[in-house]
Design a binder for this molecule. Structure first.
Ligand code: NI
Ligand code: MN
Length: 227
C-alpha cells in the first residue's frame, strides 16, 4: 500500500483499491497534485462537511465514477448534487467493502456545509479506520483530543495521520497525547501550515513522538510512504 500526503488533510491511498480522503485541490494552497494527476479513484472518504474536506469530491466522484463514503447527512447532500454512488455510514459503524473495510470513528469538531451563504447540516464529523492489503490506516479527520482515541489501540494501527495545526483541531501537545493513546506503528502529522491560523512545526511534533519510540515522518505535500 502506498500513502501519499497530497497536502493539508488530503491523502491518497493506493492498493487493491485507490482511496482518496478529504479531496481538497482547488483553493488548497498546500496541494502538491492536481485533480488531473490522480490515478483512477475507486472510493472517496469525506470525514466532515467543511470546505477544506468535502473539497472537490463532487467533481472527482463524477469524473472517476467513485463511490463516496461519508456520514448519512453528507451522503444525502452529495446525492442531491448528482453523485449516484454514495455509501453512508455512521460513527462506530464498520463495513466490509470486499477489498477493504472501513470504520468511522468519533471526532470532536463541526461538520456544516456552507453553500450560497447558507449553512446546511452535515451530521457529525468523523475520523476513519481503513483496513486494506493487511494494513490498517487511521485518518483522524479534524478533531480535538478525545479519550476515545484510546480505543484505537485495539485496531492495531500501522499508520496514523493526525492534525497538529491547533485552533480548529489538536495542536502538537494534544496530538502527541493522542498518538500515545493510539499506539500506531507510524504517525504522520497533517492539517498544519496551510494558513497562518494553523501554523505548527511538524519536526517538533515528530521529535516528541520519536522520544516515546513511535516512528514519525514529516511528509512534504506530494511525498509518500510505502506500508
Ligand atoms: Ni473542519
Ligand atoms: Mn479542516
Amino acid at each position: 500500500m502506498r500513502v501519499t500526503f497530497v497536502g493539508h488533510a488530503t491523502v491518497l491511498i493506493e492498493g487493491s483499491k485507490n482511496i482518496l480522503i478529504d479531496p481538497f485541490f482547488n483553493g488548497n494552497p498546500a496541494a502538491a497534485m492536481k485533480i488531473e494527476d490522480l490515478p483512477k479513484i475507486d472510493y472517496i472518504v469525506v470525514t466532515h462537511g467543511h470546505g477544506d474536506h468535502i473539497g472537490d469530491t463532487i467533481e472527482i466522484a463524477k469524473k472517476h465514477g467513485s463511490t463516496v463514503i461519508s456520514n448519512f447527512e453528507i451522503g444525502l447532500y452529495l446525492e442531491k448534487k448528482g453523485i449516484d454512488k454514495v455509501h453512508t455510514m455512521h460513527i462506530g459503524g464498520r463495513f466490509d467493502f470486499g477489498d477493504m473495510k472501513i470504520k468511522l470513528t468519533p471526532a470532536l469538531h463541526g461538520s456544516s456545509i456552507i453553500e450560497d451563504g447558507e449553512i446546511i447540516y452535515g451530521g457529525n464529523p468523523a475520523g476513519v479506520v481503513i483496513e486494506m492489503d493487511h494494513r490498517t490506516v487511521y485518518h483522524a479527520g479534524d478533531t480535538g483530543l478525545t479519550k476515545d482515541m484510546e480505543l484505537l489501540a485495539n485496531d492495531y494501527i500501522d499508520l496514523a495521520m493526525v492534525p497538529i495545526g491547533g485552533n480548529y483541531t489538536m495542536d502538537i501537545e494534544d496530538a502527541f497525547v493522542a498518538t500515545k493513546m493510539i499506539q500506531p506503528q507510524m504517525v504522520i502529522p497533517i492539517h498544519y501550515n496551510t494558513w497562518p491560523l494553523i501554523k505548527a512545526d511538524p519536526e517538533k511534533f515528530c521529535q516528541k513522538v520519536s522520544e516515546i519510540g513511535i516512528r514519525c515522518r514529516v511528509l512534504k505535500p506530494g511525498e509518500s510512504v510505502e506500508l
